[in-house]
Design a protein around this ligand. Structure first.
Ligand SMILES: *Cc1c(COP(=O)(O)O)cnc(C)c1O
Length: 480
């Protein structure tokens, strides 16, 4: 497909502005550009066709199955967008007098109330813009807690190897040393390793739950007890709350801090770089460290307090104002349209769909961790690769020719040749059955005539880009 600059024809354009009826002001030469701006010159029809063509090539949940593990590519009901578009939500400024934005403040307070109810926490900040940003914020709360207690040796965060990769990265960003502990061979936190790792330097422990192999840690109460007994705090990575919302609460399991990914579990579209939401919930003991501004509910009206009145213990600000406000609106819309029972049902269906697929595929593909799984599961193609040289990448790429978005590949790192599948709750049994049939067909091809898989996909505009070069030397600009 030609780029828009390549389609440009000199002096073609679509003038949409009327001729100027005010005097022309001459701008001083030093403020003027010295070279022409490179803008494509096209007719309105051609511009429209260009972008429609691009839109057709975009793949999303509205096109088909999207089992990208650890990402919760759910169908996001359109009502969320309708509500977020209300001028009262989208045409406001955070510095407006509070009496003019009572509804917006109420949205933030209500979302805090419901999400605290769902997670078993007491307070929440919506400032963080994404999951990893939430982790960073939550860890800052943990640091502030130890600092206030003058417990200055606590500079270690313990992270199991089944954690999401952002966990150790955020801990390092927040200035902690990261202590890795290995998992048992059935995929859970190794309690003996944990007991050895905790001590007087332990600031906290981060658990991704369900972990990256899709398992809910069955020893979770014992884990939080071990960490608390050693004087550390417990952090719950709740990016993937999809299998447990309405069913189990991190707060009840002993966790002190949790972050959620509104752009996963709570139905804000993601991909393409956001905007997202990574709110952080905490227990009462950590409330005084939360970022500001915050919304408060007075008897007669909603109000706010800013950083200056937040108290010296606040960690400050991790993003401007209240975070990505419209993302909160969408999350609240989702929560209110589903209701408590609906959220629980969504979780149950997410778990049901994943277990159904896992069981249908387990006689074909190798599933290294026996279920039941939560909302996702991991397959390993290590054996297949040994027998046939076909890799997880080949399988993933050939799915594209069947119109299926590939699962997450080569993640988690503790599984070789991994494919991680998350069929979200909104998929019907018919869709799952079709996809299962494709997965089986591709596996058979790998065994019987592996050459069909080489060089796939064949039906997409781009086949196998050089991913290293694309990541290391991205060309983000058209070179004239
Ligand atoms: C997606 C994810 C994250 C990171 O979230 P971002 O919004 O991409 O920063 C963290 N932890 C887990 C378990 C996740 O699935």
């Amino acid at each position: 497909m030609e780029l828009i600059f390549e389609k440009s024809v000199e002096n073609r354009g679509c003038e949409i502005l009327p001729p100027s009826d005010v005097p022309v002001i001459k701008i001083e030469n030093r403020y003027l550009r010295q070279n022409d701006l490179h803008l494509p010159e096209m007719s309105e029809t051609d511009i429209s066709r260009h972008y429609t063509e691009l839109a057709k090539r975009t793949y999303g949940i509205n096109n088909g199955f999207y089992p990208l593990g650890s990402c919760t590519m759910k169908y996001n009901p359109k009502i969320n967008e309708e509500i977020a578009k209300f001028p009262g939500f989208s045409n406001v400024h955070p510095l407006q007098p509070v009496h003019t934005v009572q509804g917006c403040l109420e949205v933030i307070k209500l979302a805090e109330k419901y999400l605290c109810e769902i997670t078993g926490m007491n307070s929440m900040t919506f400032q963080p813009a994404a999951g990893a940003h939430g982790e960073f914020t939550g860890l800052k709360l943990i640091r502030a807690y130890h600092e206030e207690r003058k417990d200055n040796n606590r500079n270690e965060i313990i992270v199991p190897d089944s954690a999401h990769g952002t966990n150790p990265a955020s801990a390092a960003m927040a200035g902690f040393s990261v202590i890795n502990i290995s998992s048992t061979k059935d995929g859970y936190v190794d309690l003996e390793e944990l007991k050895k790792a905790v001590g007087e330097n332990t600031a906290g422990f981060m658990l991704t739950n369900p972990n990256t192999v899709g398992l809910f840690d069955k020893n979770i109460l014992e884990i939080t007890q071990i960490v608390h007994d050693a004087g550390g705090l417990c952090y719950y990575d709740g990016a993937n709350l999809n299998p447990i919302m309405g069913i189990a609460r991190p707060g009840d399991m002993g966790f002190d801090v949790v972050h959620l990914n509104l752009h996963k579990t709570f139905s804000t579209p993601h991909g393409g770089g956001g905007p997202g939401g990574g709110p952080v919930g905490c227990k009462s003991i950590l409330k005084k460290y939360l970022p500001a501004p915050r919304v408060i509910e007075r008897e007669e009206a909603f109000d706010k307090y800013d950083l200056a009145s937040a108290g010296e213990l606040s960690i400050g600000r991790v993003k401007e104002f209240y975070g990505n406000f419209l993302v909160i609106v969408k999350a609240l819309t989702y929560i209110l349209t589903l209701g408590g029972d609906g959220l629980k049902e969504a979780s149950e269906n997410a778990v049901l769909n994943a277990n159904y697929m896992m069981n249908q595929l387990k006689d074909t593909y190798h599933i290294p961790f026996a279920g039941p799984c939560m909302h996702e599961f991991v397959m390993s193609l290590e054996e297949l690769k040994k027998e046939t040289k076909v890799t997880a990448l080949d399988i993933a790429k050939s799915l594209l020719d069947y119109g299926i978005h590939p699962p997450t590949m080569y993640f988690p790192l503790i599984v070789h040749e991994a494919l991680m599948l998350e069929p979200t709750e909104t998929e019907s049994k018919e869709t799952l059955d079709q996809v299962i049939a494709v997965f089986k067909k591709v596996y058979e091809d790998a065994l019987n005539n592996p050459e069909v898989l080489t060089g796939t996909p064949k039906k997409t505009p781009i086949g196998r880009p050089d991913e290293v070069t694309a990541a290391r030397n991205p060309m983000l600009r058209y070179i004239f």
